[in-house]
Ligand binder design. Structure first.
Ligand SMILES: [Zn+2]
Length: 165
């Protein structure tokens, strides 16, 4: 059994969604390699940082990503395996990349209750407190809103001002 720690700097971006682990980001890898009958069992975890945009309000976000992985790398010559020991080495790249990419959030948010963008103005609702309560008015109620918005009638405009009678 052998334990190894590796820091790897990504040379290409991992992930194609709203967030990804960008090229230049460091992967901190802890792995344990165990010799078993069929091959080498690799168990480990990897830490890094993903970045991208919030799926609701499009602000830039970044957050840690932490994934565990385990895979048997079989000795060559047996049944077909996804992962094999090659020239006394195990190549962890595909394994670690798949683990990371699959763990990236499909709908990343800057915070769990991100209110998103104002449908009318396109502004970030989180930047303008109170705006979130201005729900778009159902058109069936729009006439009532107009009535409510009319100023109260001033005395004198109605022709029924007591001073004139
Ligand atoms: Zn957001």
């Amino acid at each position: 059994m052998r334990e190894t720690e590796l820091d790897v700097v990504l040379t290409e971006k991992w992930g194609e969604g709203l967030v990804a682990v960008e090229a230049g980001e460091t992967l901190e890898l802890d792995a344990r390699l165990e010799s078993v009958h069929e091959g080498i069992l690799v168990t480990g975890e990897v830490h890094s940082t993903y970045s991208g945009v919030c799926g609701r309000c499009l602000i830039d976000i970044a957050a840690p990503v932490e994934v565990e992985f385990q895979e048997l790398f079989a000795y060559p010559g047996g049944e077909a395996n996804d992962f094999e020991v090659q020239d006394d080495h195990v190549d962890l790249e595909t394994l670690v990349r798949d683990a990371i990419v699959l763990s990236l959030p499909f709908q990343p948010v800057c915070r769990p209750d991100c209110p998103g963008l104002d449908p009318a103005t396109g502004e970030r609702l989180a930047d303008s407190p109170g705006a979130a309560s201005q729900e778009p008015v159902d058109s069936r109620w729009a006439a009532l809103a107009e009535l409510a918005a009319e100023p109260a009638e001033e005395p004198g405009e109605t022709g029924q001002n007591p001073q004139n009678s």
